[in-house]
Design a protein around this ligand. Structure first.
Ligand code: XIL
Length: 377
């Protein structure tokens, strides 16, 4: 009798399990999302602007909640915003952003602690505008990092500790941090960040990482810091790419090289400009023609260009998936095309098409393919 009962329970249990599996599969099949399709490979993240993290851009917010499981602040944690004066911090927007992440169960990345750009003007100089001494700068870096990282201790998964410190040829960028402290400013920043939140992951982040000089220098930097016992969890490859650069093979070589340090690799600011690179060539001599050549698609992207763009984005995504054993996060630098910084950089007032969702918040064809493929799998 006991045996029969047990059997009955087991059969009922198995039926229930089968049913549950079918239901969860059915949910995925009904509406695949980026995170349901890619979530077992790496975190799939997005940069949020303050219009979104405050909830005002409801269309943008819906996309974030539906498709992504990680977020990074596009601007509001940068030094000039969060620490505009030596004795004044402005945490309002950063608080809102972190809370958004928590409320929605998203992995939150802090961007960024030490960067030459969008740096508060007071940070490296005295009241006469002269560079401060190494001791003063160290103290300021320490105060800044301890305060910002300390405020969000335990709530932020990891920080872009240093951003864009190495040039394409492998030399150090001649920033004020470098002028005043030399190469040591990077390990110092990592040391302070670790002191501020010992559980936080720490990242070195940079663009044009496919250049051999930069690749080798970043590998050396990470290896040197690790050899000194400093925590470095990942190398962030920004991934601001274009239609003609970089070669995927060069990009791949950098993924492999960075992973060889034992750190993870993150694609931290992925977008692809659909517009031509900015070079005034001899055959576009007059200004009107030049401007037109710079902003060639002010209404919409022609099909031929769109096809090329989507094909290339799919190739990048395939590359990320191929290396998902070492890539821990892929983050798009913005929600939809209308939000993208590429509309204003490196030339103001252009209309670009750089992101995963278009201006109507619709997934681009390569994203649609990715989602649809998961149904037919
Ligand atoms: C960009 C933002 O997207 C813009 O809104 C802002 O005006 C300038 O900065 N590398 C980085 C990012 O690490 O912080 C930059 O973000 C893009 C390049």
């Amino acid at each position: 009798m006991k045996g029969k009962k047990l059997l009955l329970i087991m059969v009922a249990g198995a039926a229930l399990c089968a049913c549950a599996t079918r239901t969860s599969q059915a949910v995925v099949k009904e509406e695949p999302t980026l995170k349901s399709v890619l979530g077992d490979k790496f975190l799939i993240g997005v940069a949020m602007n303050t219009f979104q993290s405050s909830g005002r851009d409801t269309n943008g917010v819906n996309i974030v909640k539906k498709h992504f499981n990680a977020i990074v602040a596009e601007n509001c944690m940068k030094c000039q915003t969060i620490h505009p004066q030596e004795d004044r911090y402005n945490f309002r927007q950063a608080d809102e952003f972190v809370k958004f992440g928590e409320d929605n169960g998203l992995t939150v990345t802090g961007h960024c602690l030490i960067w030459h750009s969008q740096l508060a003007p007071w940070f490296c100089v005295d009241k006469d505008g002269n560079n401060v001494s190494p001791e003063v700068l160290k103290q300021r870096m320490k105060d800044h990092i301890m305060t910002v990282v300390g405020r969000y201790k335990g709530r932020i998964k990891g920080w872009d500790v240093v951003n864009e410190a190495i040039m394409e040829n492998g030399s150090y960028r001649n920033s004020k941090f470098y002028q005043i402290l030399g190469e040591e400013f990077i390990p110092l920043a990592f040391q302070y960040a670790h002191e501020a939140d010992p559980d936080a992951e720490l990242y070195y982040n940079d663009y044009n990482m496919h250049f051999k000089g930069k690749r080798d220098a970043v590998v050396k930097l990470v290896n040197d810091m690790k050899a000194r016992g400093l925590r470095v969890d990942a190398v962030g490859m920004q991934g601001h790419v274009g239609m003609n650069y970089p070669d995927l093979a060069d990009f791949e070589q950098s993924i492999v090289a960075f992973a060889s340090t034992g750190a993870k690799v993150m694609i931290t600011e992925w977008d692809m400009s659909a517009l031509p690179e900015v070079n005034r060539t001899a055959n576009i001599a007059d200004t009107v023609a030049f401007r037109k050549a710079l902003n060639p698609y002010p209404v919409s992207l022609p099909d031929s260009v769109s096809e090329k763009w989507n094909k290339r984005m799919a190739e990048f995504m395939n590359l990320f998936v191929k290396h998902s054993d070492v890539i821990s996060r892929v983050t798009a630098w913005g929600v939809s095309d209308g939000d993208s910084w590429k509309n204003g950089f490196p030339v103001r007032g252009r209309k670009d098409y750089a992101l995963l969702f278009d201006r109507d918040y619709q997934p681009k064809p390569f994203v649609k393919d990715l989602l649809e493929k998961s149904i037919t799998k």
